[in-house]
Design a protein around this ligand. Structure first.
Ligand SMILES: [Zn+2]
Ligand SMILES: [Zn+2]
Length: 276
């Protein structure tokens, strides 16, 4: 079964709208799909509706930002109830934090000579919440940097010139919110946080103690070695396995929607509970 349970649309920092994503899902022969925008579920109903017309099963999803030990970590909520009031309230809080963060980043970048930075980032966001890749686009447009990677390396990544620390929700709160809205909590791309092996174990132990459900064993850029490490961690901590390309669009992502490598056969896929 071809599965992709992690991708982004224009409702967060993706380049494609929901219609284009579903068309791509069909073209790439996906059978199971989840849209997981950052702290936002605005595109989910449309994704479900369009996926039905293409015989693709769409699982409602979201990617929630949290703080853990001074790191920004992502927890994915899958099979959530999009009408959950608790989820709506929590996501609204996160979005308010994103607005404040965007204003602060814009004023820092203005100090580095980017005029009307917030307006320019807003134009890239096209009415959706402003995220750091939107600022990266502005920095490239303004020729402050050569490419996206440099925009993060010089300005937007943690500790860099225009980095703004944000007080996201805690890991407890994210897992609880996902569970209260009927979903399963998955630790997204565990290798993307620059954690030592000890810290990684600590994070996964905490995640398991808080009743987290699964690890994203395969993400867009996970290496073979990382996949086998995560597979072992799933077995050791009795966690389910998820997979997703983390596709953000044709210019932003090297791995296309649904084209991430397959999960190892020994994994217990998280989606088995949702498909017959
Ligand atoms: Zn993420
Ligand atoms: Zn993502």
């Amino acid at each position: 079964m071809l599965v992709d349970l992690h991708c982004h649309s224009v409702y967060s920092d993706g380049e494609l709208n929901v219609t284009q994503l579903i068309e791509k899902a069909e073209k790439n022969s996906l059978e199971l799909f989840a849209l997981t925008d950052h702290d936002c579920i605005d595109g989910v109903n449309k994704a479900i509706e369009l996926a039905k017309t293409k015989q693709i099963k769409c699982i409602p999803g979201v990617e929630i930002s949290i703080n853990w030990k001074k790191k920004d970590i992502h927890i994915i909520g899958l099979n959530i109830d999009v009408d959950s009031k608790i989820l709506a309230k929590k996501l609204a809080e996160q979005q308010r934090k994103r607005v404040t963060r965007a204003q602060k980043i814009a004023s820092l970048l203005e100090n580095y000579g980017v005029e009307q930075c917030l307006e320019k980032a807003q134009a890239h966001a096209q009415g959706s919440i402003i995220t750091r890749p939107h600022f990266a686009k502005v920095l490239v447009d303004e020729a402050k940097v050569k490419d996206f990677g440099q925009a993060f390396k010089k300005y937007l990544a943690r500790g860099k010139l225009a980095y703004v620390a944000t007080d996201w929700m805690s890991i407890e709160e994210a897992i609880e919110t996902i569970h209260q809205s009927g979903g399963s909590a998955v630790l997204a791309h565990p290798h993307r946080y620059d954690l030592s092996a000890t810290k990684m174990k600590e994070l996964i132990t905490t995640f398991k103690e808080l009743r987290g459900d699964g690890l994203e064993v395969v993400s867009g850029m996970t290496s073979k070695v990382q996949i086998s490490q995560l597979n072992e961690l799933c077995a050791r901590y009795d966690l389910l396995a998820s997979t997703g390309s983390d596709y953000h669009g044709p210019t932003l992502s090297k791995v296309d929607l649904g084209k991430q490598v397959l999960l190892p056969k020994s994994c217990k896929p998280i989606w088995e509970q949702w498909v017959n």
